[in-house]
Design a protein around this ligand. Structure first.
Ligand SMILES: C[S@@+](CC[C@H](N)C(=O)[O-])C[C@H]1O[C@@H](n2cnc3c(N)ncnc32)[C@H](O)[C@@H]1O
Length: 385
């Protein structure tokens, strides 16, 4: 006897798997109901994410057999019609914005405000490394850690809106080391990546990969971490010197496979030209020396960004960095024939970035312009011209 909703669902799932296997990820079940008159269960089949649009029904007898169902051909026909309709609407919307209608842009302003100006589908890739959190109140821009996380959430929500469907958001982040303030307390590491993961998960991004960026040994020695252990060799005091950072890869949540992003690209020639030839990184462990820049203390190494842009975007895509710093994303985008949208709220960094990008803009092949703007809502010292 089939007595529970769970049992009925399992039976119908098996039936879907056999008869509609190709579409099983597009169909879900309505709530099974008992039909007293015929003494059987009725289960409607609905299109996933389709505002509960029903495409037919399966009836299950009390002894667990399929008693009746909407003809399979008809189910497929209705399902396809629904999917096609959604696709047409989607393409119409996408056609408005993609490829990105804006030239390369560099904006002085607060990312949490500036990003509001841009419509959906502006960016096809986001790569960023958020501002540093400093737990010492006298140095920190944020009242406390929670305020810092709330600020990041605000920016990530806006990033979600302007990123194209199914495209990638890559965050470089690592636990922050807070040095001890006196002999009576110990240093701490704040596990920022794990809190950021929670934010990403709840703002509409799907976790895809964690790439481990490994710097040469010795790179973290000046943090002072592990010195006590090196001298005393006491168990429990062991603290490794961190030489890795996370590069967390997320995808804007969608029920479309990545194939869809490739198939729906507006220019097949660009898809072909963007193919990754020759050797590539087979594992998620990437050995890359840290980056340096004369005008900024914490920059991406160009090599890290070259790889990310190569693996996660097509030529002519627009790459956004809401916390642009020295503008590494701009420099490498120019080199790799991508467009860029950079936001930075520090006038000094903005000015340096502007100077450098102007000098590189003679190398712009596809994108003839770089615009430099100061956001109207910018409250800081806007001496960034
Ligand atoms: C870790 S750095 C990024 C460096 C960059 N990845 C590079 O390669 O040069 C973070 C940057 O975010 C900037 N920033 C902090 N708060 C911001 C905000 N609200 N809006 C825009 N930029 C901000 C900081 O001034 C800093 O330059």
């Amino acid at each position: 006897m089939v007595n529970t909703v769970k049992d009925v669902r399992e039976i119908v799932n098996k039936w879907i798997d056999i008869h509609l296997h190709e579409y099983s990820n597009k169909i879900s079940q309505g709530l099974p109901e008992i039909d007293d008159r015929y003494n059987l269960w009725r289960v409607s089949l609905v299109v996933k994410n389709g505002a509960s649009s029903s495409i037919g029904e399966v009836k299950v007898s009390m002894n667990g057999e399929i008693a009746e169902h909407t003809e399979v051909g008809l189910l497929v026909k209705r399902l396809k019609k629904f999917i096609d309709q959604k696709e047409i609407v989607r393409e119409k919307i996408a056609g408005l914005f993609y490829p990105a209608p804006i030239p390369n842009k560099v904006i002085l302003g607060d990312a949490a405000i500036v990003l509001d100006e841009f419509p959906p589908d502006t960016a096809q890739l986001i790569i960023t490394s958020p501002p540093y959190f400093n737990a010492k109140p006298q140095y920190s821009e944020y009242i406390d850690y929670q305020e810092y996380l709330d600020f990041l959430r605000k920016v990530f929500v806006r990033c979600h809106t302007i990123l194209s469907e199914g495209r990638f958001f890559i965050i470089n982040v690592s636990p922050v080391l807070i040095r001890r303030t006196s002999r009576s307390n110990s240093s701490k590491r704040i596990p920022i990546p794990f809190d950021i993961h929670r934010i990403m998960d709840t703002t509409g991004f799907e976790f895809i990969d964690d790439i481990i960026w490994v710097k040469p040994e010795g790179a973290g020695w000046n943090t002072g971490r592990g010195r006590r252990f090196a001298a005393d060799r006491q168990p429990l005091q062991y603290k490794p010197v961190p030489v890795t950072e996370y590069v967390l890869v997320y995808r804007k949540k969608t029920n479309k496979l990545i194939d869809w992003n490739i198939r729906k690209h507006h220019d097949k020639r660009l898809v072909e030209e963007s193919k990754i030839k020759g050797q590539y990184d087979i594992t998620n462990v990437w050995h890359i020396p840290p980056g340096h820049h004369k005008d900024h203390p914490a920059v991406f190494p160009n090599e890290l960004i070259r790889r990310l842009i190569k693996y996660y975007s097509f030529i002519d895509d627009l790459v956004l960095d809401p916390f642009a710093g020295s503008g590494t994303i701009g420099r490498v985008s120019i080199e790799m024939e991508r467009r860029f949208l950079l936001i930075e709220n520090n006038p000094r960094f903005f000015k340096a970035m502007k100077k450098e990008l102007i000098s590189l803009s003679s190398n712009l092949i596809r994108n003839v312009r770089v615009d430099f703007d100061i956001n109207e809502g910018f409250k800081g010292d806007s001496n960034g011209d």
